[in-house]
Design a protein around this ligand. Structure first.
Ligand code: FAD
Length: 289
């Protein structure tokens, strides 16, 4: 099923994310986590794509497994910066042949030391969106950044390029993680004003350890509000307490979003079924409303 059709159905839609193992040794663990996340009955599960293209086979394999064996819709991420146009076309064809209907089209981060841009690679995600459209009737998602993308100094430019990307054929957007919902509401206001009308799924990352917070900050450049920093300061040295507090913080963000009319939410569950389950448990009555 196309994810956009699911998002357009009545009710609240919660999706989760898994990432493929970096080595074959981690495969069983990831598959076990994926099964347990699927058992929570999310609207779909997205499967990330390794920045260097290294996990592309695993992304397709896991996305297919989720769909065919676990009975949950899946979204296969695809990045283009680290592969040639020809390699990207081959991956799209493989996804099509295996029956994948939903792709999250991303540029990906530019590998350090790699010559970029070059003639043989797609330069921006909108070019990848155009390419995917040529290959068939996919439902295409793309990324957006409520705090602005790290490479772009001016938020207005970021929104201008986001509009270009959506106009190339994007059905829905998922945001980068954020920890202050006001940033999201402000972003929504600005993109709607710019004429971007597709559904936007806020991406919520439950931060359950101090090291995860540091990694997230390095990756996304996101701002952590004082309220979150106080939690980290008080509970960061107590793993169980920090996990509980991180789950509560993410739950609180989600409840606020739902109370303000948001219906679709993506949770960066990061192969942690116990965290995903705890959040779903916290929302058990709320998501029925
Ligand atoms: P783009 O939309 O191409 O934007 C990249 C930059 O170029 C932005 O600064 C934008 O403003 C600018 N830009 C765009 N178009 C133009 C133009 N025409 N002219 C000038 N400037 C332009 N990474 C992975 O490696 N694997 C994953 O699975 C993955 N999943 C992600 C999922 C989500 C929901 C998000 C938010 C990010 C994800 N990422 C993933 C990270 C992402 O690949 C990086 O943030 C990357 O740096 C940007 O990708 P993009 O698709 O947003 O790029």
């Amino acid at each position: 099923m196309k994810i956009i059709d699911r998002l357009n159905e009545d009710g609240i839609h919660i999706s989760f994310e898994v990432f493929p193992p970096k080595t074959d040794a981690g495969f069983d663990k990831v598959m076990d986590a994926t099964k347990r996340i699927a058992a929570l009955n999310p609207s779909y599960i997205s499967v990330t794509y390794g920045a260097g293209g290294g996990t592309s086979k695993n992304t397709a394999y896991i996305a297919n497994y989720i769909r065919k064996e676990l009975g949950v819709e899946s979204l296969a991420h695809l990045t283009c910066a680290s592969s040639t146009k020809e390699e990207v076309r081959q991956v799209i064809q493989n996804l099509k042949q295996s029956g994948i209907e939903n792709i999250l089209a991303l540029r990906g981060d530019i590998p350090q030391g790699m010559a970029f841009p070059t003639e043989e690679r797609f330069r921006y995600a909108y070019e990848l969106v155009e390419e995917i459209r040529k290959h068939g009737d996919f439902c295409i998602g793309a990324a957006c950044y409520p705090e602005g993308h790290v490479e772009n100094e001016h938020k207005e430019d970021d929104i201008k390029y986001l509009k270009q990307k959506v106009d190339a054929g994007v059905d829905f957007l998922t945001t980068q993680m954020f920890f202050d919902n006001d940033i999201h509401y402000n972003f929504l206001y600005r993109i709607r004003e710019a004429g971007i009308t597709v559904p936007v799924l806020p991406g919520i990352m439950p931060i359950t350890s101090a090291s995860q917070m540091k990694r997230s900050q390095q990756l996304s450049g996101t701002v952590f509000p004082r309220r979150f920093l106080s939690i980290l300061d008080r509970f960061g040295d107590y793993p169980k307490a920090m996990e509980q507090a991180g789950i509560a913080y993410a739950t609180d963000q989600i409840i606020d979003l739902l109370a303000n009319g948001v219906r679709n939410i993506h949770i960066y569950s990061m192969n942690k079924p116990e965290v995903a389950a705890a959040i779903m448990d916290n929302l058990s009555e709320i998501i029925k409303c």
